[in-house]
Each structure stands twice: as structure tokens, then as C-alpha cells.
Write a new protein. Structure first.
Lengths: 255, 252
């Protein structure tokens, strides 16, 4: 009985969170069209979510590209197909690893900070204070972050693709001895614009998703400092797992 | 004038407000008193739309506030200010930026004019020297004064104070109330104050309302309240009033 009760309440909580996050996203999106437009905040959040994430995303992409080249080479060499290494590494990065790893690193670096900041504003009544000054808190706090996420995550993804491929090139050509010309030619043969764009489209979705989840969890945090900590953990877990689940669903359906 | 009619509110099946009726007269100071956890802050938050009631009406300027949309509330909130218990200052902004915030959002004034108004407001609460400090660098009393300056920026007609002196020493409590009365008279405000401080309430206010078990059990002038025979009010007053405090109240 207890097990059913526990599972049921978990399921209800899951449904409530799903609905809440979607409504929150929708409200933030609609608030885009109400004045005043918050260009300065938008640029500030672009810097925080985008510019300040470049290093962590670059390092992740570089080493992922390098290790992918090693592992793929290990598999290809078994049937003498190592000449396609460049193409396989580029496809893996542009279609999957680039967008997914970038989004997860942005969750870890910027998403958690968004939840913690909003959560702390909530428990110190700063969000209510915004309301009391006749300012729509969602339009002020969330909408600029939402657009900053939607714009910067794909840009970071494009950068991650490039750096990851460079990492793969270093390992493939300089360490494993694949010919430069073959590496580049196979990459050009195998990777089409559509492959790159599918990753970029997914990253646009991930940008909106991670800001919605992290924003929602912080905005509705309760229970003091402990509550903010809990909200931050939940935001990071839901965003990261959600990105992987949606990656699978989007890839199956559209790409 | 604000008129509250039969206001009811429950949380998770527990009824906090069981039918509150209260008239808050214009230009006067009304104290709401009662034990901790009886729903005084809940009542106050209904007046600014931070909570919506299960039942009942709140009338202000010929409109029932309980029927307003969020957009309509935004207009009302420019007229009804709310001073949070801990001030709720934006901790990422300096005191000056905090006070300027509502002006930048709504007043559409040139930058110089906003600067001048911020200085004026901070002078009114005696905090001009702390203009460039962050809230974390201020004492509790200074934070409350800064929050008051920010609330005054939009020139509200009514200000609701949620325990404005909690956590302050008696001298600071007195100075905060003196300040509230000063700005009340200067800006011709209607003030609603939640407080546990009976001597100060008897000294400063025009009317006192006692909230007990979800309803207003007594409302009246300080003189009427002092002579109350209601068992709860009597008990509350007797517990709070010591001889010295009574003398303070007689001065008023």
C-alpha cells in the first residue's frame, strides 16, 4: 500500500512539475511581447549564460572530440575502415555530443546559478517586492534569461562542434597517423548541412528547456536555505536527465 | 478607504481567516494586532494581491480588488505600497539603485531627475550617506528605512507595514515609528501596521483591530481598546503592558 502511495505521489508530482514548467515557459514567452523590452538584462544574461560558459564548454568539447576519435578509431581499425574517422567524429559531434554536452555543461554552470539566485530572491521576498512595485517578475527575471538561453546555447554548440572536431583531428591525424587529406575529405563527404543544423535545432530547444526548468525551480522555491539547495539539485537533475530524454525523442521524431 | 468584507482563506484545509470584516479609514493609521500565526500577514497580503481569498471582498476606490486581473493589480499596486518584514531590498543593487528602481520602471523621468528624487527620498529617511552601500552592509534598522524610501518612491496613497520594528531595539523601534508618522503626515498616507508592540500602538495609532482565531474580535480607538473587556484583548494587553509602557501610552 505504501509503495503504491509513494509511486502515486511521485507520479502526481511529476505531472505537476511538467505542467508547471510548461505554463512557466509559456508565460515567459508571452511576456516577451509586453513592454518595456529589457535589452540590457538580455545582454547581461547572454554574457552570464553564454560568454562565461565558453571555457567549460570548450574543454568538454575538446576532450570529448579527442576521446571519441580514439574510441572510434579503435572500432574502425577492426575492419580496416579508419579512413572514415574524420566523418564519424564530425557526425557524432555535430548530431549528438555537441548539443547534448554543451547543454548539460550550461545546466551545470549557469542553470544551477539561475535556480540558486531566483530561489534566494524568492525566500527573501524580493520576487514579491518586484510584484509590489508593479513589475511583472516573470517578464523581468525570466524572459531575458529565456532568450539568452535560446540564443547562446546554439552558439556555444556551434563552437563546441568546431573545437570537438579540432580535438578529433589532433588525435586522428597527429597521434593516430590518419592522413590529413583523407580525414578532411571523408568529413566533407559524410557531413551535410542538415547534420549540423539538426544539432543546432536541438540546442535551441535545450536552451529554452534548461532555462524554463531552472527558472521554474528557483522561482517557486520554498523552505528557506535548505529549500533553495533542494530546488537547485532538482533543477540540475531534471534539466540534465530531461535533455537526454528529449534528445532521444527529438532525434527519433525529427532528425 | 479600504473595506474588507467577510474575507476567508484556508491553507491545506486549515482556515486561517474565517470571515474578516474591517474598515481602514483614509489618512489614518490602523494597527492590526494579534498573536503570532493568527494570519495578520496573510490578511495584509490579500490587500495587495499577493494572496487571493477563498471568499470575501476587498473594496478600494469603488473596485472589488478580489476580482482584479494581474494586469489590473499592477495599477493598484502603484497606489498601495507594501513594506516587507525584512525589507526585501534587491541585494544585487545599492541602496540608491533600489530606491531608483521603481522610478526607472514607472516614472519616465530623465536620469538627473531620478537622481534628485532618490536623494530626496533617502534624505527623508535619513539614509543619504548610505546611498552607495549594498543591503548586506546595512543594519536591520537601516534596511527598513531604505525599504521605506523605496516604497515611497511611487507616491502611494496607502502603505502596509508588516511588522516594521521586529528585531530592532526599543530606541530604534521608536525612531522607526517616528519616521513612519513623519512620512505619513508629509505624504498624507493611509497606514496599516502589523505589530505586537502594544505601547507603541496605543501611542501612535488612530485605530487598533485585534485579529483572533481568524476574525476581528475588536476594533476601536486606543482609548476604547485600553478599556476593552474582551477576554482575548484584555489578556493580550495585560500581558504586554507594563507600568512604564502604560505611561508611554498615556503621553499619546
Amino acid at each position: 500500500m505504501n509503495l503504491f502511495y509513494h509511486l502515486g505521489s511521485l507520479f502526481l508530482r511529476f505531472l505537476r512539475d511538467c505542467g508547471g514548467i510548461f505554463i512557466f515557459f509559456w508565460q515567459s514567452l508571452l511576456a516577451t511581447f509586453s513592454r518595456p523590452f529589457r535589452a540590457r538584462l538580455f545582454i547581461k544574461h547572454m554574457e552570464f549564460i553564454g560568454v562565461k560558459s565558453w571555457l567549460v564548454v570548450s574543454l568538454t568539447a575538446l576532450f570529448s572530440g579527442m576521446v571519441t576519435a580514439y574510441q572510434v578509431h579503435h572500432a574502425l581499425v577492426k575492419f580496416g575502415g579508419q579512413s572514415v574517422l574524420g566523418g564519424v567524429v564530425a557526425l557524432t559531434l555535430t548530431r549528438e555530443l555537441g548539443p547534448v554536452l554543451t547543454a548539460i555543461m550550461v545546466v551545470a554552470r549557469a542553470g544551477s546559478a539561475i535556480t540558486a539566485e531566483l530561489g534566494s530572491m524568492r525566500i527573501t521576498e524580493q520576487i514579491d517586492a518586484l510584484k509590489m512595485m508593479a513589475v511583472n517578475p516573470i517578464q523581468y527575471l525570466i524572459t531575458p534569461r529565456l532568450w539568452a538561453g535560446v540564443i547562446t546555447v546554439p552558439l556555444l554548440t556551434a563552437m563546441a562542434n568546431l573545437i570537438g572536431i579540432a580535438g578529433g583531428y589532433v588525435v586522428g591525424v597527429m597521434v593516430l597517423g590518419i592522413d590529413h587529406g583523407i580525414f578532411m575529405a571523408r568529413m566533407e563527404d559524410m557531413v551535410e548541412l542538415q547534420d549540423i543544423m539538426s544539432g543546432i535545432y536541438k540546442s535551441i530547444f535545450f536552451g529554452a528547456f534548461l532555462v524554463s526548468v531552472c527558472g521554474y525551480k528557483g522561482y517557486y522555491a520554498s523552505g528557506g536555505a535548505e529549500g533553495v539547495g533542494r530546488a537547485t539539485t532538482e533543477a540540475v537533475v531534471i534539466s540534465s536527465v530531461g535533455i537526454l530524454i528529449f534528445d532521444y525523442i527529438l532525434t527519433t521524431l525529427f532528425f | 478607504m479600504i473595506t474588507i468584507k467577510n474575507l476567508k482563506k484556508s491553507f491545506n484545509g486549515f482556515q486561517v481567516l474565517r470571515g474578516v470584516n474591517l474598515v481602514i479609514p483614509e489618512g489614518k493609521t490602523t494597527f492590526i494586532m494579534g498573536q503570532s500565526g493568527t494570519g495578520k500577514s496573510v490578511l495584509l497580503k490579500h490587500l495587495v494581491g499577493l494572496l487571493s481569498p477563498d471568499e470575501g471582498e476587498i473594496w478600494f476606490e469603488n473596485r472589488d480588488l478580489t476580482k482584479l486581473s494581474e494586469k489590473e493589480w499592477q495599477e493598484v499596486r502603484k497606489k498601495i505600497g507594501y513594506l516587507f518584514q525584512e525589507g526585501a531590498l534587491f541585494d544585487s543593487m545599492t541602496v540608491g539603485e533600489n530606491v531608483a528602481f521603481p522610478l526607472i520602471e514607472h516614472a519616465k523621468l530623465p536620469e538627473k531627475e531620478i537622481e534628485r528624487e532618490v536623494d530626496e527620498l533617502l534624505s527623508a529617511v535619513g539614509l543619504l550617506e548610505a546611498k552607495d552601500k549594498y543591503p548586506s552592509e546595512l543594519s536591520g534598522g537601516m534596511r527598513k528605512r531604505a525599504a521605506l524610501a523605496r516604497t515611497l518612491a511611487l507616491h502611494p496613497q496607502v502603505i502596509l507595514f508588516d511588522e516594521p520594528t521586529t528585531g530592532l531595539d526599543p530606541i530604534l523601534q521608536r525612531s522607526i515609528f517616528d519616521l513612519i508618522m513623519e512620512v505619513k503626515n508629509h505624504f498624507n498616507l493611509t497606514c496599516v501596521i502589523i505589530s505586537h508592540d502594544v505601547p507603541l500602538a496605543l501611542h501612535y495609532t488612530d485605530q487598533i483591530a485585534f485579529l483572533h482565531e481568524g476574525v476581528i474580535v475588536q476594533i476601536g480607538s486606543p482609548e476604547e481598546i485600553k478599556n476593552s473587556n474582551h477576554p482575548f484583548v484584555r489578556n493580550f494587553l495585560d500581558s504586554a503592558l507594563i507600568d512604564g509602557a502604560k505611561e508611554v501610552s498615556h503621553e499619546g
